[in-house]
Design a protein around this ligand. Structure first.
Ligand SMILES: O=C(O)CCC(=O)C1=CC=C[C@@H](O)[C@@H]1C(=O)O
Ligand SMILES: [Mg+2]
Length: 345
C-alpha cells in the first residue's frame, strides 16, 4: 500500500487522546430525517469537543470497532489537530434524491434550491429497474441541464447493471456510483459497458471506503473516479492523500453527517488542488433538524468552506436533538473500542 498519513496512535502519527479526553464535552444526538435514507429515518451521531473545536464521530450502528476506528481518527483530526488550509472559498454540491417514488421527486429537489448536479439512488431493495427509470426520468424532466449521477450502493450484479445502465444512459449520466459490489465485478462491468458502447463512467464508493486498501480500486483500473468521504477514510489529510495517490478524479461526499461532519467534507473539497465534480455534501437538507445554526447546507448550489475548524453547534438546537443516557453510554463504549484499535497501532 502507498504511504498515507499515519492514523492517531501509530508510532509516527498524531497523539491519541485518552478516552476521558475524547468524551469530555461529548454530546450524543439523533436527527430525524425527512425521508428514509439508507434504511433509516433517524441519524445517530456523537459530537466531540476537542481543544481545537467540535468534531463528529458517527459510524453507522452496524459498524464494528475496526471500521469505526477510522471514523474516530477523522474526529481526532477535527477536534485535536484542525483541518489543512483551503484553496477555495466555496464547493459546488449535488442534490441527493433518495429512492422515493417518481411523484415525490419535485418535493425532494425543492429542498435543495438551485443545483447543477443531482445524485439519484437506484437499486433499492424491493424496487425494480422500472422504478429507477421513472425516478431518473422525473429528475431529468425537472432539471434538463443538470449533471445526473446514479448510486446503486452495490445493489446490482454485472448483467443487471449492464442492462439497467444502458437504459438509464438515455437520460444522460455523468457517472454511476458503485453499481456492483467489489473491485473485480466493477472491472468486469467497466469492460462490458465499453464493449457494448454504453457511455457510462463508473465511480467507486464502497470499493474505496470499505476495502483494506483504499487505493486498490484505482490500481486495478476498475473505476473512472473515486468517491471519498472524510470519516470512513480517517480524516481530511488521509482522504486528500488517497485522492492524489489514486490519480483519479474524486467526488467528495458525505457520510450522512450532521453539519459538524459535513463541514469536514467541505474542508476536504476546499483543500483538494482540483475539484472537477460537484460534491455529495448537500445531505443536511435531508434532516428535519440539525445541530448548527445555520445548518451547513447548500445555497445556490454551493457550500461555504469552513476554514480549519468545524462550526460549533447551537445550544438550543443541540438540546432539541440530544439523545438519552442509554445512547450516550452506547457511544462511549464505541469510542473506547475504536480508540483501542487505534492504540494497537
Ligand atoms: O453522495 C451524496 O449525494 C450523499 C451521500 C450519500 O449518498 C451517502 C451517504 C452516506 C451513506 C451512503 O449510503 C451514501 C452513499 O452511498 O454515497
Ligand atoms: Mg455511494
Amino acid at each position: 500500500m502507498a504511504t498515507l498519513p499515519s492514523l492517531p496512535g501509530a508510532p509516527d502519527g498524531p497523539p491519541l487522546p485518552s478516552v476521558d479526553e475524547l468524551l469530555a464535552g461529548a454530546v450524543a444526538v439523533e436527527l430525524p430525517m425527512r425521508v428514509r435514507f439508507r434504511g433509516t429515518q433517524l441519524r445517530r451521531a456523537l459530537l466531540l469537543r476537542g481543544p481545537h473545536g467540535w468534531a463528529e464521530f458517527s459510524p453507522f450502528p452496524e459498524y464494528g470497532p475496526d471500521e469505526a476506528s477510522r471514523w474516530l481518527a477523522a474526529a481526532i483530526e477535527a477536534g485535536w489537530q484542525g483541518w489543512p488550509e483551503p484553496v477555495r472559498d466555496t464547493v459546488p454540491v449535488n442534490a441527493t434524491v433518495p429512492a422515493v417514488a417518481a411523484a415525490d421527486v419535485p418535493a425532494v429537489l425543492a429542498r435543495y434550491g438551485e443545483v447543477s448536479a443531482v445524485k439519484v439512488k437506484v437499486a433499492e431493495p424491493g424496487q425494480s429497474v422500472e422504478d429507477d427509470l421513472a425516478r431518473v426520468a422525473a429528475v431529468r424532466a425537472a432539471l434538463p441541464e443538470a449533471a445526473l449521477r446514479v448510486d446503486a450502493n452495490a445493489g446490482w450484479d454485472v448483467p443487471t447493471a449492464t442492462t439497467a445502465l444502458a437504459r438509464l444512459a438515455e437520460h444522460g449520466l455523468e457517472y454511476a456510483e458503485q453499481p456492483v459490489p467489489g473491485i473485480a465485478p466493477m472491472a468486469r462491468l467497466r469492460g462490458a459497458l465499453a464493449a457494448a458502447d454504453i457511455p457510462v463512467r463508473l465511480a467507486a464508493d464502497e470499493a474505496v471506503r470499505k476495502e483494506t486498501d483504499p487505493l486498490a480500486v484505482a490500481a486495478s483500473g476498475a473505476a473512472d473516479l473515486i468517491v471519498v468521504k472524510v470519516q470512513p477514510l480517517g480524516g481530511v489529510r488521509r482522504a486528500a492523500a488517497i485522492v492524489l495517490e489514486s490519480g483519479l478524479d474524486a467526488v467528495v461526499s458525505s457520510a450522512l453527517d450532521t453539519s459538524v461532519g459535513i463541514a469536514g467534507g467541505a474542508a476536504l473539497a476546499a483543500h483538494l488542488p482540483a475539484l472537477p465534480h460537484a460534491c455529495g455534501l448537500g445531505t443536511a437538507a435531508l434532516f428535519e433538524a440539525d445541530v448548527c445554526d445555520p445548518s451547513w447546507r447548500p445555497h445556490h448550489g454551493v457550500l461555504p468552506a469552513p476554514g480549519r475548524r468545524a462550526p460549533a453547534p447551537e445550544p438550543t438546537r443541540l438540546d432539541r436533538v440530544r439523545a438519552d443516557e442509554a445512547q450516550a453510554r452506547w457511544w462511549a463504549q464505541r469510542v473506547s473500542a475504536a480508540r483501542a484499535v487505534l492504540a494497537g497501532g
